[in-house]
Design a protein around this ligand. Structure first.
Ligand code: ATP
Ligand code: MG
Length: 759
């Protein structure tokens, strides 16, 4: 019989939030496949030291780690591993335990190390056998090393993945800091220079600046254009002040440089500001704060997906297979050659080093380049003057449906980009209600100043869809203001109203204009987009609260039933279950049956009997209208007897509030940019006025890229009764959530299902 596969996991290089989630999911996915799993402590150094540094891991070794920052395995930079002799010891220690499958979570250096180890494995093994330090049988059984690498590094500088584990959490820390500095800077009318991490990659600086509404960003890949960039930067800041801004914030990446390759330090920027602006500037170097804190919801989910995929990959690997890097591209898990990813990463590094900036930007990909262009527009202190021969369109901007964090960031971006392109933004209050009541005002660059970080909707929102006579009123208002296009930022109610106007365009010519919908709803239940603005923030709010709820239970045997929003869409419930390690999630998409509830009770009882101290179930608010949260709580409480107590927690509106997460702010800016590109397209078609067929669309993110779905397709894409898309991409993550929550490999089938079915 073949020996049980043995694999090991290590974290290496700088620590990054979310590494634990990856370790947990890799360990459990491997156990589920009945492999034996070892955790290696202190990175490659632990591999060289051997002994207790390579320890068997069980299901419970990785319990309760999701919310912890850093890495439970520890990490180290190991100079010994750079030497062949060190790596030889590592090979011996692995083989003493019969391990020849390895998952490495780290940055470019660590992944290079793993790759080198794989290359040398066979030779080192043979040498060790020849020296009599290993049994010759290892040649047959363990002749190859299977390697899967995951990028765990806050810098996001590695090829092969759109996002690395830890980047989103680091952006959270950066954005929090920038928001805080913005408020103090505004009180004192001061200039601030904020330095963020990133030697070869400006991702954190760029996205941080974009998310916080900073005034200027300096990144390694795309230095400021002119030789006298210092003056230009200061003139932007000065104009901003003249326009009424009270603060000036410059974000500098650690590795920022000018066009000639000379480093631009944050101290230098401080000197420049002091000299040209004639006022004191302050430097804040964020440093290790960026690696700190609990991982963000999205890092936990990403790391969980990647960890499980890595276990799968190393367990499936055969002799001769290349080492793989497992990453996420366009919202899909992808496997690439680790060697090629390392090579490409090094290439970008040399492009930057050798001042070949266009090439470096090319390597970074489209989303990165778009973000840079968007930032360049948004940070302009004032809009470009309208061009004399260009049509100026009057564009109504409104927010519809329930408030979603990020609506203001989207509104701000739309307004500024419209004005920058010479158009006239008209702010409509209270969603479509304002269109009926003629509650409309012109907006400009400064109306939306400071809106990027704020929650709710400054314009006000409503669930109103114009009906009957209201349609006539809305048409008149649109005509009165000579509205050429509408940008609606909102949720299902907003989409519904936009679609209504579109349908009525034959009766009311005023509606026969471009109507562009931008998805903004915490429920993430909108057609034409995998993600909507606000869902990430809501997910983070849920995860934060559930972490606290879990902490409150350390002393007692407790089971929590947490109810989350989403209406009939289970996105928030499932994702928060993955991010918090809930053992059960109840979705409307799946329904709830009494039989399942009985099984869940059995599972809980067995768990608590075996020493479990905490149970966590997440229920979508509309999962089942009879088996409500109080009902399930009562049922579990009664059935749990003395074994455990049950508490319910209905999270409510805290999920709709709060400042938008960096992800939501950046998504808002990207979608706003696209909306304005479409308006531009319309403006270029001089003369014609009926554009609804080309311009009535809902924007969204699909497979990682921005795209547009015509409004007329909405009814075909939606389950109108349950107000959710007919197809939901995240549904395929359910088996993973279920697998990770089970208390052990095959446990569910063997012990509980069997019993429940017999009863
Ligand atoms: P980050 O840059 O995100 O902090 P990293 O993984 O790039 O993470 P490094 O310090 O470059 O961090 O690498 C971590 C460890 O990986 C090193 O201490 C060393 O043990 C090993 N390593 C790096 N490069 C190599 C190499 N070329 N050959 C063998 N081992 C290497
Ligand atoms: Mg590195």
């Amino acid at each position: 019989m073949a020996k049980t596969a043995r694999l090991s996991v290590l974290t290496s290089g700088g620590d990054a939030q979310g590494m634990n989630a990856a370790v947990r999911s890799a360990v459990r996915a491997a156990l589920e496949r009945r492999a034996e799993v070892f955790g290696i402590f202190e990175g490659f150094q632990g591999m060289i030291e051997g002994g207790d540094q390579i320890s068997p891991f069980t299901w419970d070794s990785v319990g309760g780690v999701l919310q912890q920052g850093g890495t439970i395995l520890g990490t180290a930079r190991s100079p010994d591993f750079l030497e062949r002799s060190g790596r030889k010891e590592a090979v011996r220690n692995l083989l003493l335990q019969g391990i020849n499958r390895l998952i490495v979570i780290g940055g470019d250096g660590s992944l290079t190390g793993a790759q080198v180890l794989r290359e040398e494995w066979r030779t080192l093994l043979e040498e060790l056998v020849a020296e009599g330090r290993l049994d010759p049988s290892v040649k047959e059984e363990y002749g190859f090393l299977a390697v899967a690498g995951l990028v765990g590094s806050i810098d996001n500088d590695m090829f092969g993945t759109d996002l690395s584990i830890g980047t989103d959490s680091a952006l959270h820390r950066i954005t929090e800091a920038l928001d805080a500095i913005t408020s103090t800077a505004a009180s004192h009318q001061r200039a601030f220079v904020v330095e963020v991490m990133g030697h070869h990659c400006g991702h954190l600086a760029l996205m941080g600046a974009l998310a916080s509404g900073a005034d200027f960003a300096l990144i390694p890949e795309n230095p400021p254009n002119l030789d006298e960039w210092e003056e230009r930067m200061c003139s932007i800041l000065r104009t901003g002040r003249e326009m009424g801004r009270r603060d000036s914030i410059v974000v500098v990446a650690e590795g920022a440089q000018d066009r000639h390759g000379n480093p631009i330090s944050s101290r230098y920027v401080e000197e420049v500001l002091t000299k040209y602006l004639g006022e004191e500037a302050r430097v804040t170097v964020l440093g290790h704060v960026q690696r700190g804190g609990s991982p963000s919801a999205s890092d936990r989910v990403l790391a969980t997906l990647l960890g499980a995929a890595a276990a799968e990959a190393v367990l499936n690997a055969k002799p001769g297979d290349e080492a793989v890097l497992i990453g996420i591209e366009n919202n899909k898990i992808v496997h690439s050659s680790l060697t090629e990813c390392v090579e490409h990463t090094l290439k970008v590094g040399s492009c930057i080093h050798e001042c070949r900036f266009d090439e470096a930007m090319e390597y970074r990909g489209k989303a990165y380049r778009d973000s840079f262009r968007i930032l360049r527009t948004l940070i302009r202190a004032n809009p470009r003057p309208p061009q004399p021969n260009k049509r100026r369109l009057r564009v109504a901007v409104l927010t519809g449906g329930a408030p979603a964090p990020g609506m203001n960031a989207a509104t701000r971006a739309v307004v500024r980009m419209l004005e920058d392109n010479g158009h006239i933004p008209l702010g409509v209050k209270w969603g479509f209600r304002g269109l009926i009541d003629d509650d409309i005002q012109e907006m400009n660059w400064m109306t939306v100043n400071g809106w990027a970080p704020t929650g709710g909707s400054e314009l006000g929102s409503s669930r109103k869809t114009p009906e009957g006579a209201e349609l006539y009123a809305a048409a008149q208002v649109l005509e009165k203001h000579q509205v050429d296009a509408i940008v609606m930022i909102g949720g299902w109610a907003g989409y519904h109203a936009a679609h209504k106007l579109y349908e009525e365009r034959h009766n009311f010519p005023a509606f026969d204009i471009p109507i562009i919908c931008i998805p903004a709803s915490i429920n993430n239940n909108l057609p034409g987009s995998e993600l909507s603005i606000g869902a990430d923030t809501a997910l983070n709010s849920i995860v934060e609260v559930v972490d606290k709820i879990k902490q409150s239970a350390v002393a007692l045997n407790r089971c929590f039933i947490v109810e989350v929003m989403g209406r009939y869409c289970g996105y928030l419930a499932l994702m928060s279950a993955i991010a918090t390690g809930a053992e059960r999630v109840y979705l409307h998409e799946e329904g709830i049956t009494l039989k399942e509830l009985e099984r869940d009770i059995e599972l809980l009882k067995q768990g608590f009997q075996q020493g479990k101290r905490l149970g966590l179930m997440i229920r979508n608010e509309a999962a089942n209208s009879f088996y409500t949260t109080p009902f399930i709580a009562a049922l579990f409480e009664e059935e749990g007897g003395a074994l455990f107590e049950v508490r319910q927690s209905i999270l409510g509106h805290l999920q709709q509030g709060g400042n938008p997460s960096p992800f939501d702010r950046i998504l808002a800016a990207r979608l706003a940019w696209e909306a304005v590109q479409r308006i531009e397209e319309v403006a270029s078609r001089a003369g014609a006025r009926r554009y609804s067929d080309v311009g009535a669309v809902c924007l969204g993110i699909q497979e990682g890229d921005v795209n547009a779905t015509p409004l007329y397709r909405i009814p075909r894409l939606m389950d109108e009764v349950h107000q959710r898309p007919l197809e939901q991409w995240w549904m395929e993550l359910r088996p993973l959530a279920r697998m990770l929550a089970q208390p052990g490999p095959g446990f569910f089938e063997q012990s509980v299902l069997g019993q429940a079915d017999q009863n």
